[in-house]
Design a protein. Structure first.
Length: 160
């Protein structure tokens, strides 16, 4: 017997908002600026799907803590600028969310991004209010998606 769907969990970057390409481009730029030239496959291997703390640790191990601190600060700055200029919702996500709402299924977001980052990216695309109060970050569980496959708490039942 198939169990009914109880909760639909969305990742943020690359699922709700088309930000993965922006983040990858910023990481490659920072690598070139700070002494670690990166290809797209390098960025995917070392950064994508990891928390900000995990990314900092990767850079610190390779280039030292001082450079990792500069990298993190510069990433926040450059990523915010690019998000403001370019970020869009993933194609079709508004329609998908409307269809899920018609089924009265509860939803939430679980992401390796920080709450501040998700507030910015989801807010910039008009999706934040859809998930407000049901957004979970890797900062709550101490790791990125490689460590936590589900949000730390179940989203409250009710309308999406």
């Amino acid at each position: 017997m198939i169990k009914p769907i109880e909760l639909v969990i969305f990742d943020c970057d690359g699922v709700l908002v088309d930000s993965e390409v922006i983040a990858a481009r910023v990481q490659m730029r920072l690598g070139a600026e700070l002494g670690w030239p990166l290809t797209l496959p390098d960025v995917v291997e070392h950064f994508i799907g990891r928390s900000e703390a995990a990314n900092h640790a990767v850079v610190a191990e390779r280039l030292g803590t001082a450079t990792a601190d500069r990298w993190r600060a510069r990433f926040v700055e450059l990523h915010a600028e690019a998000v403001e200029a370019e970020l869009e919702p993933v194609a079709g996500i508004r329609e998908a969310l409307a269809g899920i709402a018609e089924l009265t299924l509860p939803t939430c977001v679980a992401s390796s991004g920080s709450h501040d980052k998700m507030r910015h990216t989801l807010g910039r695309t008009g999706l934040y209010e859809h998930f407000a109060g049901r957004i979970h970050s890797a900062t709550e569980v101490g790791g990125g998606r490689r460590r936590a496959a589900a949000p730390p708490a179940r989203a409250p039942p009710g309308p999406v």
